[in-house]
Write a protein that binds this ligand. Sequence first.
Ligand code: SIN
Length: 525
Amino acid sequence: MNRFLVSFNSKDLPSGKTDILIVGSGVAGLSSAIQAAKYGTVTIITKNKLSENNTQKAQGGIAVALSKNDAPEKHIKDTLKVGCGLCDEKAVKIIVEEGPARIRELIKWGAEFDKQGDELSFTREAGHSMRRVIHAKGDATGIELERTLIAKVKQNTNIKILEYAFAIDLLHKDGTCFGTIVNMKNNERRIIYAQKVILATGGIGRLYRETTNSSVATGCGMALAYRAGAKLVDMEFVQFHPTTLYVAGLSRILISEAVRGEGGVLKNRHGERFMFKYHKDGELAPRDVTSRSILKEMRKTSDTRVYLDITHLPPSLIKNRFPNIMEVCSSFDIDIKKDLIPVRPTAHYMIGGIKIDEKGKTNIQNLYACGETASSGAHGANRLASNSLLEGLVFGYRAGQFAGKDIDSGKKVDTTPDISNVLDHVSTRKLDIGDLKAALKSLMTRYVGIERNETGLLAAQKEISFWSSYVMKKEFSDVRDWELQNMLLIAGLVQKAALIRKESRGVHYRMDYPKQNDAKWGNNH
Ligand code: SIN
């Protein structure tokens, strides 16, 4: 495997310097920037505009043990239960116990979470034994979070922001990272040298045909970390969200789990409520169970969707709690107070990723990661609803703090070494990138999706390695094309991990090994 996507010589490229370079601008990246800026100069690069990311799309909220009758121990217990035996207990304790302080900080910075009287308002989501999820403007929690963090970042003169700047590769040598090779907005290629790099590039939803994710979620951060030698773990664990609005020909939009938390029920085309057939918790069964049950009902009833029914809820509750969902649906002539909402499962959250320790450090010297692109182990084999923004906040804070403290410790090393790369055997074959991306997405959905088996996973392996044999030989000069190379690399890792784990656990469901096998896989990442 090539260690870089392009030929270059760092001596010949224009360059800049920053103490800490952050790649990505969701909750984890912005949180890390705010902390890191206490210790040195920070540059954030982001491949689109600052607010284009998965955080912005989050609806339901942030799980946090802040209500009067809650306690961290209860939140920890629920997280471990849903994680199906694979959670790293230390990471779970960190996010749950540090979460309340991070939320108080956000409120101090101006975040407005919904309230009931003077108290925060808590909603319920699947897997939580109680109401624990705070939210903003009904169903616009991610937008409020980004608004608050972007305002805070923009006030800080130590932080520089570069939008539409794409990290092609980490500048690395012998297991140490020195910065990144960046394709700037004007297509100029440059080096940004940094003492520490923090990757916060989000998930991989765009590897699938249908997803709740932003267009930027192509797994690029994971791919460039892997090329530099970073360890990636738990790649088979891709979470599908059970309820995405399905109106063919239009983009897929998340219909928050909080809708079911407030009493929404799932029905098939015959108007039958079906979830209790599959799980004692009905519509609030864990996400993996709900997604698979919906697939079964779709097959049984020869339908392309099932239906979320909230017509029995008071109209005032619907209006206050789900104003955005109501507006989006109404733009498709669906009045959610009277009509059923057509939904089906789509790719939602990547549990696996770049392995980090409790400080956000990877196995590469000077490289940190946080948020969805990282794997702290907090989610195990199945992420508890609304724990992702919490993890992004807590581990973003930690990565920024520890990276900052590390530069502060003043170790003097050569931070601008000359590094070069020459790609051999470059192919000149013309490729239709759009066609390849569409083919990859279909393949991943069919064979590496909600249900998997050996035959399908091997078929996926064959295709991915065939496509890679010519795509990886090309030297591209466009973001869209590098994205395809990254997507193929990560797709291969997800497929391989899914093939290796011969059991079903959490979001990884093998039809040929439908049982959880603790003796063989209980401790295995
Ligand atoms: C949702 O609102 O259903 C998404 C929350 C999450 O993914 O945790």
